[in-house]
Design a binder for this molecule. Structure first.
Ligand code: ADP
Length: 420
């Protein structure tokens, strides 16, 4: 196993990737101070990184690091946008202070609601993480809203979520996922059902607003919103919908000047800021994206360090109510005259449980009334491992022990094959 020490000058970062299956790379900070995406590294503590990890160890004042294990694409970069990201944090912090002062005087003040936009693979999630980490390191309690259904950092791909960030992200496990608020969308691209996506975004914005009103510390800290990398046509319109629903104060555009200019022109009343992407952000191929989604669902059930033990049990097919949101699109000529496209996309379709459910993720809702399905957040997700139509049962993988709660399940298009 290879082992190597690296000395970093102030304002530089060591970038590396872990490639091969089952490969583990262990990092130790030997001297100085360093951080990974805004989380400080504890000296002499070993940190493990597994296959698929793409890491940047940044230092403001210089440090030395030991890496044990086989890394790929390892180099020290002297050019990073970190100073600009830190300045952005400082601006947000000024707005939080103002909000604090306003709230202390009994005014209806609120910390900045910041939205990060840009095409895929420009480091949107990473910048969210950096800004949130810097905020909690200043004793703030911001909300993180993830609307990027392609990756689904909170819960699973195909869902949108929000969590209160009370601690810096753990280096290997990210932000703590205690009590997340999750809405199920059920597809990995918003254009699969734009109507539903926008409904869920509005719903999420309303709930976040309620949280802000109810907690002064959160109100002063504000919100950081991650968005999808689809920035053209309907994707663009959906970004403007997010900005309106959340009453966003600042939009940070990563990397794409065209998008920046469009937003400046179209929403002149919101501050739009352009920031460059980091040269370290790794572009992912379609295959890598699919594999990252699989890993995310695996982590949902088993935990990042396989520290959870999901439950596997049989459920009687006639004991569950399963719905799907959105009917297959009909050509305009076949639509009843009084029916709009939107109605189709939000139509609730009852599903007869069958072998077709195999490998699909099902959202476990909190309601028994189909009328509530569009607006309800979900308790979690289960995966249909196998269906035995003859026996009238399906085997599911679930984070919770049996029985399933007596609520409606929503069929999603997201699939997962459990190989553990
Ligand atoms: P996006 O949200 O825009 O799709 P991400 O923030 O998920 O992009 O970044 C893509 C990948 O690049 C992630 O795996 C992340 O860990 C990695 N990455 C981000 N910034 C850096 C950097 N400075 N050096 C190395 N890898 C990075």
């Amino acid at each position: 196993m290879s082992e190597r020490d690296y000395t970093l000058e102030p304002d530089s970062e060591l970038r590396f990737e872990v490639e091969g299956k089952k490969e583990v790379v262990v990092l130790n900070l030997l001297k100085g101070k360093a951080e990974i995406f805004g989380t400080e590294i504890t000296p002499e503590k070993p940190y493990s990184f597994h296959s698929g990890a793409k890491v940047a160890v940044f230092t403001w004042h210089g440090c030395s690091i030991k890496l044990k294990g086989n890394t790929e694409g390892t180099y020290i970069a002297k050019e990073t946008p970190m100073v600009m990201y830190l300045n952005t944090h400082a601006c947000l912090e000024r707005l939080r202070k103002q909000a604090d002062e306003g709230l202390a005087k009994g005014e209806e003040a609120r910390g900045p609601v910041t939205m990060i936009v840009g095409p895929t693979d420009v480091g949107k999630s990473t910048l969210c993480r950096i800004l949130l980490n810097y905020a909690v390191r200043m004793q703030r309690r911001p909300l993180f809203v993830d609307l990027d259904i392609g990756q689904g950092a909170i819960a699973i791909p195909g869902s949108i979520g929000a969590v209160l960030v009370e601690r810096a992200a753990s280096i290997d496990e990210g932000f703590s996922q205690e009590a997340p608020l999750v809405y199920n969308f059920g597809h990995i691209a918003p254009n699969s059902n734009m109507t539903l996506y926008n409904i869920l975004v509005s719903r999420m914005a309303q709930t976040v607003q309620e949280k802000i009103v109810s907690n002064r510390k959160v109100a002063a800290s504000g919100v950081v919103i991650n968005t999808c990398g689809w920035v053209k046509d309907d994707g663009y319109r959906s970004l403007t919908h997010v900005a309106q629903s959340f009453e966003v104060d600042i939009i940070i555009v990563l990397d794409q000047e065209r998008l920046y200019n469009e937003l400046v022109q179209d929403i002149p009343f919101i501050k739009v800021v352009f920031l460059p992407k980091s040269g370290g952000v790794v572009e992912r191929t379609r295959a890598m994206r699919i594999s990252a989604r699989d890993d995310r669902i695996r982590d949902y059930f088993y935990g990042i360090k396989t520290k959870y033990h999901p439950h596997s049990f049989d459920v009687r097919l006639n004991s569950v109510q399963i719905y799907k949101i959105g009917a297959p699109a009909l050509p305009d000529s076949c639509m009843p005259a009084d029916m709009k496209m939107d109605d189709h996309m939000t139509k609730l379709v009852k599903i007869d449980p069958s072998g077709k459910l195999q490998h699909h993720m099902l959202a476990v809702t909190l309601t028994t009334d189909p009328e509530d399905l569009l607006a309800t957040n979900v308790a979690g997700f289960i995966c249909v491992v196998d269906v035995d139509e003859e026996a009238g049962t399906m085997k599911v993988l679930s984070p919770q022990p049996k029985p399933l709660p007596d609520t409606i399940l929503i069929l999603t298009e997201v699939q997962y094959m459990d190989s553990n």
